[in-house]
Design a protein around this ligand. Structure first.
Ligand code: AMP
Length: 201
């Protein structure tokens, strides 16, 4: 992917308050994945993005999705799946930073290794966006502790890693979210299982 160095975040139709956060963080030029993905996501299309870690993909999906959240609704609108707790925590921290312009937006992380009890407490509050590992999310769905029927966006980060180790879990989560949900997939490689997921959903 080629980077247009003349492009700014303003050209990508992000809200003024998001632009202010980016300015504070000294993000000047959008990375190639951001230049390509942000307009597509804002137009509410599905997307398969080929991008490695370190290319700015968290902001590529995070910024437009934060802009699309409707804070008048107290429902889960975005689910982001990550293959590992470490990656999930990193995404969660970045999204909290990007969302700092609007204290009404609630982003939470649901990962293995943390007690279920503390997560059940968090889920009693308003939640708009979830970052989760597939196993823990399914566990909470099975316990009927989380309602994902209002999901508008399902993001798979490092989708190729995830379908190797967690294929059944990912398939089950696809079955739980509404068929109308937009699917955003980020992957470094295109193995057969990813092509099949793309075809099926
Ligand atoms: P990621 O690939 O999302 O993990 O991002 C890698 C690193 O690049 C993170 O530390 C981000 O804060 C940073 N970053 C993302 N987008 C930009 C940008 N447009 N300009 C400068 N830094 C960025």
């Amino acid at each position: 992917m080629v980077q247009n160095t003349n492009m700014t975040f303003q050209d990508l139709h992000l809200h003024r308050n998001i632009l202010q956060v980016l300015e504070e963080e000294k993000y000047i030029t959008p990375t190639p994945i951001q230049q390509q993905a942000i307009p597509v996501i804002l137009e509410e299309h599905d997307l398969v993005g080929c991008a490695q870690t370190g290319t700015g993909k968290t902001a590529a999906f995070g910024l437009p999705l934060l802009q699309l959240i409707n804070t008048e609704k107290n429902t889960i609108q975005v689910i982001i799946l990550a293959p590992t707790r470490e990656l999930g925590q990193q995404i969660h921290a970045n999204l909290n930073l990007y969302a700092s312009y609007n204290p009404e937006i609630s982003v939470i992380g649901l990962f293995g290794g943390t007690t279920i009890k503390s997560q059940l407490e968090v889920l009693k509050r308003t939640v708009h966006m979830i970052v989760a590992t597939p196993g823990r999310l399914l566990d909470l769905i099975d316990r009927k502790s989380i309602d994902v029927s209002t999901t508008s966006y399902l993001v798979l980060d490092e989708a190729d890693e995830m379908v190797v180790a967690l294929h059944a879990e990912v398939e089950n989560i696809f079955k739980e979210v509404p068929k109308t949900s937009r699917i955003l997939m980020f992957t470094a490689t295109m193995p057969g299982r990813i092509k099949q997921l793309v075809q099926n959903y």
